[in-house]
Design a binder for this molecule. Structure first.
Ligand code: AMP
Ligand code: MG
Length: 404
């Protein structure tokens, strides 16, 4: 049995050794479809931003020296509107009416907002409050200069990035192709979600949580359905699965008489790196590699499947995507004591909330690793270290947000 840290090290090393550029080529997608994809080209600024000295207030463009002593009357010599500008030069005693987003006319050095003025006539405005040099405006290139690198390859495209890509004229973006992940559930007891289970049967929920976790990570999942606990069925489905970049099998990896998944992995020549991890839940997690496929056998209990995916599958998908984002491990104050286990680290479903300036976390009431009802009340996993003793209420503990 290996530690979580060692397991992660193995997974990352194997992924780095195989996930070359030829494996996961980039593809071009329309900007509107690029959210959450992994950028595969650096993005540069194609114009200074802003491209001209720009008003950020509605008001009057002035020479700041003219408004040191207020109130003062200035002569209005023109109007600069967004998208047009004004063909004037502001000299002493003059000003130019200006709108937000409009170019600053030459000669002007500040914008006084309209709320700090009183219009006297068409030609005259009284300035009621002074403005420092460069107040009310943004200088050309203040945000970025032409040629500046704005985004790095590997970044997961977020909401602000979409705006930024649009502003530099990217109608389409180069992103990582989505790794193809085959998702297989195993078990004689499983029925499809559309069926009503009877006689000791249950609905297959793991296929859908694995599918969703794949999508959240940025992969393209493919449901292979349910394989029964016999060698023929497992061989047939695992053979199909091995044509994908990643194969995920849930169930059939424990010590039971009908847990045959590892046998079939061996028959197909999968090189298994580990099949037990010192973590709770998720101990019987299998990781291997064959030809061009990363292979996982995940424990069948719904909570274990999810946790094992989060800990070991997600990093492989991120490596295939050449993504630079990593799950944030945060710190919270425990609201109740938590027992440690000297043999295994635990990932405990919990509810975390932000209160009085810090995260506070409490284990969710759940009935073990099959309890989806309890899990759905949790939004995080507390990481309980592998050691003797217990963490006390008020102690700090690390946690991960679950949907991250
Ligand atoms: P296994 O790992 O195959 O021994 O399964 C452990 C537990 O998880 C059993 O109670 C199974 O019924 C349950 N289980 C296995 N696969 C699924 C699935 N796809 N959806 C929901 N529960 C499952
Ligand atoms: Mg089973």
């Amino acid at each position: 049995m290996i530690s979580i840290e060692r397991g992660l090290e193995i997974v990352t090393t194997v992924a780095a050794a195989h996930a070359g550029d030829d494996w996961m080529p980039a593809e071009s997608v329309p900007l509107a479809e690029s959210l959450a994809r992994i950028l595969r080209e650096p993005i540069y600024c194609d114009f200074d931003s802003p491209p001209f000295d720009k008003a950020i207030r509605d008001g009057f463009a002035v020479r700041f020296e003219d408004v040191v002593n207020v109130p003062v009357d200035l002569r209005i010599i023109g109007e600069s509107r967004a998208g047009a500008g004004a063909d004037v030069i502001v000299n002493a005693g003059e000003c130019c009416e200006i709108m937000t987003g409009a170019p600053l006319p030459p000669g002007a050095t500040a914008v006084v907002m309209v709320e700090h003025t009183a219009r006297k006539s068409n030609e005259t405005v009284q300035i009621l409050k002074g403005a420092k040099q460069s107040a009310g405006l943004l200088r050309q290139g203040a945000e970025a200069l032409k040629g500046d690198r704005l985004l790095d390859s590997g970044k997961r495209i977020g909401l602000a990035d979409i705006g930024l890509l649009a502003s530099v004229g990217k109608t389409s973006v180069l992103v990582s192709k989505r790794p193809r992940v085959a998702v297989l559930a195993t078990g004689d007891e499983l029925v499809d979600v559309s069926e009503t289970p009877a006689n000791g049967r249950i609905r297959n929920s793991n296929s859908y949580t694995m599918l969703t976790q794949c999508s959240l990570a940025g992969a393209a999942p493919m449901l292979l359905g349910i394989a029964r606990d016999n060698l023929e069925d497992l061989r047939r489905q695992i053979r199909r699965g091995l044509e994908h970049d990643v194969l995920l099998v849930s169930g059939g990896v424990s010590m039971g008489k009908y847990d045959l998944v590892e046998n079939v992995f061996a028959e197909f020549g999968v090189n298994v790196f580990f099949d037990k991890v010192a973590m709770k839940p998720g101990k019987p997690t299998v990781f291997g590699f064959r030809d061009r496929t990363f292979v996982f056998g995940l424990p069948g209990n719904p909570v274990s499947t999810m946790v094992a995916f989060q800990m070991f599958v997600r990093p492989v998908i991120l490596a295939l995507l050449k993504a630079s984002d990593r799950p944030a491990i945060l710190e919270a104050t425990l609201e109740a004591p938590a027992k440690c286990d000297p043999d295994r680290a635990a990932l405990v479903p919990a509810h975390v909330r932000f209160d009085a300036g810090s995260y506070r976390i409490a284990a969710a009431a759940w009935k073990g690793s099959s309890d989806l009802v309890g899990l759905s009340k949790a939004n995080a996993l507390i990481m309980i270290p592998r050691r003797e003793g217990a963490l006390r209420a008020g102690d700090k503990a690390q946690f991960l947000f679950m949907d991250a």
